[in-house]
Unconditional design. Structure first.
Length: 287
């Protein structure tokens, strides 16, 4: 039995359900796509990738061969369709997991593949939940074997709070991204009973891992810090030994003099008496 759903209805259902639809022209390499692509990729509609080459630039490098080989398998006729999971970089460099199915949907007059149609879904929440469940179980076992009761309760509280903030970032994809980030940093600050909380984001600049202030929250008001992404701080300068100190499963507690003055001012922490650093590993590493 065929459902006989017309194209307009299918596109509306995909939009309501949050699915990406895209249709590359295999000869001109141009791509047409629906608006959900903006939500998943973080691009505005006007700067979305419109060609096969620019789309390839968004695919996580380790997964590029999988995607290209899957597309080739249907173009060459080896398979009727492909169904894959892969990672893609959003415009802000964060990672999103994609589940995608594609097939050939049109041929030219010579019988050569002309159009490919694909449907994709953001499965980041599922992947994050799977990974986080494994890490939380391992971390709980580690803490229980190395801490006394009071220390165990405190470290569990920190662990749960940081996990909740990370879950908000990964799982809040249905909301506007800036709103998600601010809700997450507020959750982190309130959970830790802090006066101020800040997220900074990592980037590779001049071949070195640096960071910039992404968003922040205070108990009194939203203060002005540098959130433009134009002022970068080198980890080696303001936090020597940062790779070991902020390794997975660790957090760092410092007094007010434990970080450089310029960094604290950019993060609006110049009057801080104590500072707690908690790395949120949203994908493989801090870089």
């Amino acid at each position: 039995m065929s459902a006989n759903i017309d194209q307009a209805t299918l596109e509306k259902l995909a939009h309501l359900f949050g699915l990406i639809l895209y249709k590359p022209n295999l000869q001109t390499k141009e791509i047409s796509m629906n608006l959900n692509t903006t939500r998943v990729t973080g691009h505005n509609y006007d700067d979305l990738p419109r060609s096969e080459n620019s789309k390839e630039g968004m695919i996580y490098p380790d997964d590029l061969d999988l995607v290209n080989n899957s597309i080739y398998s249907i173009i060459s006729g080896q398979k009727d369709y492909y169904h894959i999971e892969y990672r893609m970089r959003r415009r802000d460099s964060s990672i999103v997991w994609i589940e995608e199915v594609g097939l050939i949907s049109g041929y030219d007059a010579q019988g050569r593949p002309l159009y490919m149609s694909a449907m994709a879904a953001d499965m980041s929440r599922l992947k994050w939940a799977e990974e986080k469940a494994r890490k939380i179980e391992a971390e709980a076992a580690r803490i229980a074997s190395t801490r006394g009761d009071a220390e165990l309760r405190e470290e569990n509280r920190l662990l749960q709070t940081s996990n909740s903030a990370a879950a908000m970032i990964i799982g809040g994809f249905h909301q506007e991204y800036e709103t998600v980030l601010h809700q997450a940093v507020q959750m982190l600050g309130e959970g830790l009973q802090a006066n101020y909380a800040c997220f900074w984001r990592n980037a590779i600049n001049d071949g070195q891992t640096r960071c910039f202030v992404r968003t922040h929250w205070t108990t009194k008001a939203r203060t002005l810090g540098d959130e433009s992404g134009t002022v970068f701080f080198k980890y080696d300068d303001f936090l020597p030994g940062w790779k070991e100190k902020l390794a997975p499963g660790k957090f760092l507690s410092l007094n007010g003099d434990g970080l450089g003055k310029e960094f604290k001012e950019a993060c609006d922490m110049h009057n801080a008496k104590s500072i707690l650093l908690i790395p949120l590993y949203l994908h493989e590493d801090l870089s």
